[in-house]
Design a protein around this ligand. Structure first.
Ligand code: NAD
Ligand code: GLY
Length: 357
């Protein structure tokens, strides 16, 4: 079993292996010896696949276990379900020494984490991510959130989990399109800071070696979280492709999946970086080729001005300024502070005919 220590304000380990959910109870017990009760939060699909195994394993180590099941999908990550979950925890009389186990993808993890951060002003929670995206990104780093009707992830706090159990075997049941979504985030890590990882993805496509790639992505995230847990500096690099990606998601009214939207963002920021001379044609061609190899979109069809207006909701914006994450080489990106007008012009230039790859 691979162990990756996350050096956050409250340090915690990520344990990664294949098919070890039956050991979840023992591993959770080790980090919560005083806890009496665990609330498993999951969605209806994941519950049908892994809910019983995880519940039985936790129960087997002396916990009383209750279960809260959300309908699957992004629409569940809302204020109504958040309050329902808080009420459920109160009705089940979870106390400060008890814990929440978030079993599922990023939707479950974000909402359960936010509930854990705020119920009784904070109780412990464990992440058991079951999608590729959640394993390489959302379960690590302590960002929790719910969506508001006005936008995605607009209410949330930084609140690190006590433990992350990353069972790579759970990905075997993942629908192909959900797996492909997570691949956009994996590709992002390669572009950000790992040429060897990127090359592996170029060579293997979706058949990449999961035991090699997933821990490697977690290591990348670990380094950025250790340096900048609260997203004031270098952690923002993780937003590569997300400024335009979030805008595309918003314009689609969230019918477009996060991963595909991020792929569009990666493609558009790459063309823009090529057009303004920040990245070479070779670098841009490799990024666009890898997106195509994974069956991910390599452009966004939304009009530039609509995207720009939606980008104004980006959380990186500070008044009239924002920051852009710009690829320079495979394995090297920079954070560029700019005015909103400069951002508009940057993406506009990338869309002009002539510089296309
Ligand atoms: P998701 O949680 O909606 O899961 C996608 C689908 O896969 C769901 O239908 C789910 O039921 C199903 N599923 C999950 N695991 C499965 C399995 N093992 N087998 C079969 N089906 C399974 O989506 P996601 O892509 O995991 O997460 C997206 C969310 O993550 C978004 O809300 C996004 O904002 C958030 N996110 C958060 C962070 C963070 O740092 N906190 C980072 C990136 C994304
Ligand atoms: N997913 C971006 C971050 O964790 O900062």
């Amino acid at each position: 079993m691979k162990r990756i220590e996350i050096n956050a304000s409250q340090p915690y380990p990520v344990l990664a292996d294949r098919c070890f959910l039956s050991e979840a109870g023992t591993l959770i017990r080790r980090c919560a010896e005083d806890a009496g009760k665990a609330a498993v939060v999951t969605d209806d699909i994941v519950d049908g696949l892994y809910g019983d195994a995880v519940t039985e394993s936790i129960r087997g180590t002396g916990f009383a276990v209750c279960r809260f099941i959300l309908p699957h999908g992004e629409a569940s990550k809302n204020g109504e379900n958040y309050l329902k979950l808080l009420n459920f925890l109160a009705e089940e009389r979870l106390s400060r020494s008890d814990l929440i186990v978030a079993l599922g993808g990023g939707v479950v993890g974000d909402l359960a984490g936010f509930a854990a951060a705020t119920y009784l002003r904070g109780i412990r929670y464990i992440q058991i991510p079951t999608t590729l995206l959640a394993q390489v990104d959302s379960s690590v780093g302590g960002k929790t959130a719910i969506d508001l009707p006005t936008g995605k992830n607009l209410a949330g706090v930084f609140y690190p989990p006590a433990l992350v159990l990353c069972d790579i075997g759970t990905l075997d049941t993942l629908p192909e399109d959900v797996f492909t979504d997570g691949c956009a985030e994996v590709i992002k890590y390669g572009i950000l800071g790992d040429e060897a990882l990127f090359r592996h993805l170029e060579e293997r496509g979706t058949g990449f070696d999961r035991e090699y790639v997933i821990p490697r992505c977690i290591e990348r995230k670990r380094a950025l979280v250790a340096e900048d847990e609260f997203d004031r500096g270098k952690r923002q690099l993780l937003n590569l492709g997300h400024t335009l990606g979030h805008a595309a998601e918003m314009l689609s009214r969230y019918r477009l999946s996060h991963g595909r939207a991020v792929a569009m963002g990666l493609a558009e920021v790459t063309r823009a970086a090529l057009a303004d001379g920040s990245c070479s044609r070779e670098c841009a061609s490799r990024i666009l080729a890898v997106l195509r190899r994974f069956g991910l979109p390599d452009r966004s069809e939304y009009p530039g001005e609509d995207l720009y207006q939606a980008m104004l909701s980006d959380k990186k914006r500070r008044g009239e300024r924002t920051s852009l994450i710009v690829p320079e080489e495979i394995g090297r990106c920079v954070i560029r502070s700019c005015t909103l007008e400069e951002m508009r012009e940057f993406f506009r230039r990338g869309r002009r005919p002539g510089g296309s790859v």
